[in-house]
Design a protein around this ligand. Sequence first.
Ligand code: FMN
Length: 488
Amino acid sequence: MAYQDFQAFLRDLEAHGELVRISAPVSPYLEIAEVADRVMKSPGGGKALLFEQPAGYGMPVAINTMGSRRRISMALGVGDIEDLAAEIADLAKPEIPTGWRERLRLLPKLQRLAAVPPRTVSSAPCQEVVLQGPDVDLTRLPILTCWPQDGGPFVTLPLVFTHDPATGKRNVGMYRMQVYDRHTTGMHWQLHKSGAEHHRQSRQAGRRIEIAVALGGDPACTFAAIAPLPPGIDEMLFAGFVRRKPVEMVRCKSVDLSVPAEAEMVLEGYVDPDETRPEGPFGDHTGFYTPIEDYPVFHVTTLTRRRSPVYPATIVGRPPMEDGWMGKAVERVFLPLIKLVAPDIVDMHLPVHGCFHNVALVSIRKRYPGHAFKVMNTLWGLGQLMFTKVILVFDDDVDVQNLDEALWRFANNIDPERDMQVTRGPIDVLDHASRQVGYGSKIGFDCTRKLAAEGYGRVWPEAIAMSAEVRSRIDDLWPSLGLDAGGR
Ligand SMILES: Cc1cc2nc3c(=O)[nH]c(=O)nc-3n(C[C@H](O)[C@H](O)[C@H](O)COP(=O)(O)O)c2cc1C
């Protein structure tokens, strides 16, 4: 089911008991973050929160709206994120119909794809109010200061729209924005991201790059902004696929870009080719502060909004946080596409502790000597998985979603010298341990059973397990043993 807009999503969350309204005045300066952090860290991710009266501001703030398995699934219009993953797996199957029956079977798939392209509309809720030039005042928005040492307030859920200067193709990425004053912010597109690439190209041409930043809209659009799509694949096309309905786009008022018509608010403006300004510190996804670094400056020339908008926010910090659930959805939804290039992969788990880019646990159907190393190298060559610092590869009988099991196998199955591979390459810009920003080393461990052809001359032992017969006998006996139910 597609949500018309962000407020429709909030209403649905409330109807399903997934949203708590907070009417007490709570300050966007650290206080909302402290409440949200406690809620996000409660079992399962807590509830979404709607701060109806952020102290000192007339605009409500919604936070943690995607911060549980159920809510991220609702955001993507499915009962569970695995349902969307299954649909993508089905679509990714190459099927060439050979008869009319098979053609008929393909029809639903084609219908699903027909809904994908965005549609342009001429008037839009996100432009009910238009503020330009001196009337733009970002300091009047309830933008959160998240952590005590943050350099200022940060817009944390922005959908940043740019066009590739060479091809004209659209990109939408989520890049945080530090508010400097009434109409300028930082633009934290990291070195490897598409927005930064567009900026590099426009700098080379000596031209400023136009930008539009949307806040809100169907949460499928927000998810599309964080999705690691290959450059050139339109995020709004992907959002249309997820929501089974085209995203309605409207032309911006002052820049040559279009944005989702149903957004809560849109900031239009530009980044000059050579202007930078210190950005940060910022309490980041990793749970540590990222230090001050120079980033481009976004000049906001026009602000358009609904008459009564809700400001969408998140906070990041020491995991688990709301972004952990967004990352989980990315992991599940993109696995079928990863399997297209690496069909030997059975499952993958990017644990929240590793902030998604640090650790990947992968299970494979091992078929030949060195297979685990081949899979590591595939992953290090694949989109944003290139950032993965540690890859552990297991056999397909290991449940990589179960960290206890995976660590047990890892610890017992490796001869470190033989089973590790160290390599070098791009590292996530947020990584504070690498030798320099964005570049460092990675390690992979082959935690699979070793083959004779891999130089293993001993007999690989069986993992201990009770026989099925005895287990079933004890299951029957259990209630009479006076022990608690947990042992069953
Ligand atoms: C809450 C949140 C905040 C993010 N902030 C940033 C950021 O400040 N800079 C950045 O480069 N990536 C950030 N990301 C990750 C990017 O949005 C993500 O890598 C996305 O795929 C980038 O899109 P692109 O490939 O079109 O550049 C953030 C992700 C989330 C979930």
